[in-house]
Ligand binder design. Structure first.
Ligand code: IMO
Ligand code: MG
Length: 408
């Protein structure tokens, strides 16, 4: 029997999902993206060489792995082709190994215009989106007016549908947001040109995955963003527009609920968040003015906490077990935020633990970690009642300590 494992982020993204996906991909035949789009930024470091992926699954750097983009992903052809070219320039074969579902909603130029116009319109209440058109593309999907990858197969029909959608969005761009409307002809010709490269990669992804399961292959489902950015369960409205929690792997790829064997949640040892929204344990620090909390400053600089997609400074703070357990859906810690008084009335409980000053980079056995680091990990396990399987001690593929491989 093959095994199907889902990897998701448990905080607000940037937990290091891509690295872990790449690491355990040596055991799988396929890696599948199932939600989000090129808002993701997954940084992989292999023997010192850094690659940043946004849309292409992190299995691409392992030669024999098939990569799939499931129908839950919103697809920008511009972003995909850029990423493909960069990878192929550096010697990584993509086009023959990447398959795209015809059900993926397309991100087209007006989605980006709308994303930016909406953010500007919100002013101080802006979400702080990546500006990649993610939200508006998902809106079109749910409104049942969106264009999908499969629509590219019939140029006349594509053109007809596009005209209608462009008219619709131009109306609000022009009249409501007072922005320049997009030009139908240029959107059309650009899309049809890009489609020439995309078309050979279109395939019934769900069907392929089921065939692989029949052949007892292992499959890895690569989540993007984090549980607290989930459209339904996150810190709404400061969220992304897809289901970033484990159920998204099912709805966004076409496998069944019972096909998932294991969910690996990735946790950063502290907390970060990019963009707006609540962050209870934030240690507020601003890199531009170099003002704010000194610990926040240290986390930001030592952790290189700048976005892989937008380059923005990430907000940093203490590890928050309450939100983590919310992601794990345990709600069993002694902290009271889920009591009847509600979150605002709850008093946080701080646990202070002794730190360590020796480097842990590249440590390959748990026992070699400083005692304080071991205690920190054990405390997380104790308070979450979830065992730690893998410890990342640095960005490189090799800088990892595997206690239990989910595919074993
Ligand atoms: P990875 O996969 C961190 C955040 C944005 C913004 C909110 C909505 O690298 O963990 P969107 O453009 O999605 O509509 O923006 O979601 N966001 C991320 N934050 N990591 C990500 O991806 C993110 N993708 C989106 O900063 O607050
Ligand atoms: Mg990232």
């Amino acid at each position: 029997m093959g095994k199907n494992v889902v990897i998701i982020g448990t905080q607000w993204g940037d937990e290091g999902k891509g690295k872990i996906v790449d690491l355990i991909t040596d055991k799988v035949s396929s890696v599948v993206r199932f939600q989000g789009g090129h808002n993701a930024g997954h940084t992989l470091v292999i023997e010192g060489k850094k690659t940043v992926l946004h849309l292409i699954p992190s299995g691409i750097l392992r030669k024999n792995v098939n990569c799939y983009i499931g129908h839950g992903v919103v697809l920008s052809m511009t972003a995909l082709l850029k990423e493909m070219n960069e990878l192929e320039d550096s010697g990584v074969e993509v086009s023959s190994r990447l398959k795209i579902s015809p059900g993926c909603p397309l991100i087209l130029p007006y989605h980006i215009e709308l994303d930016n116009a909406r953010e500007a319109h919100r002013g101080k209440a802006a979400i702080g989106t990546t500006g990649n058109g993610i939200g508006p593309a998902y809106e079109d999907k749910v409104a049942r007016r969106g264009l999908r990858v499969g629509d590219l197969l019939d140029e006349d029909l594509f053109s007809e549908k596009l005209k209608e959608v462009v008219d619709y969005h131009n109306f609000s761009l022009k009249n409501y947001y007072k922005q320049t409307p997009v030009d139908f002809e240029s959107v059309l010709s650009e899309a049809l040109n890009q489609a020439k490269i995309i078309k050979p990669m279109i395939m019934d992804v769900a069907d392929e995955l089921h065939q692989q399961m029949d052949n007892s292959e292992n499959i890895l489902f690569e989540g993007a963003q984090g549980a607290l950015l989930d459209i339904d369960q996150g810190t709404y409205p400061f969220v992304t527009s897809s289901n970033t929690t484990s159920g998204g792997a099912v709805t966004g790829s076409g496998v069944g609920v019972r096909d998932i064997d294991y969910v690996l949640g990735i946790v950063k040892a502290y907390t970060t968040r990019v963009g707006g929204g609540p962050f209870p344990t934030e240690l507020d620090y601003d890199v531009n003015t170099d003002e704010g909390d000194p610990v926040g400053r240290e986390l930001c600089s030592k952790g290189h906490e700048f976005g892989a997609t937008t380059g923005r400074q990430r907000r940093c703070g203490w590890l928050d077990l309450v939100i983590l357990n919310r992601s794990f859906r345990l709600k069993r810690t002694s902290t009271p935020p889920f009591s009847a008084e509600g979150y605002s009335a709850a008093k946080p409980i701080y646990i202070e633990m002794p730190g360590w000053k020796t480097s842990t980079i590249g440590t390959h056995s748990f026992g070699d970690l400083p005692k304080e680091a071991q205690d920190y990990i054990k405390k997380i396990e104790e308070l979450s009642e979830i065992p730690v399987d893998i410890l990342s001690t640095g960005p490189d593929r090799d800088e990892t300590l595997i206690l239990k491989n989910p595919f074993d």
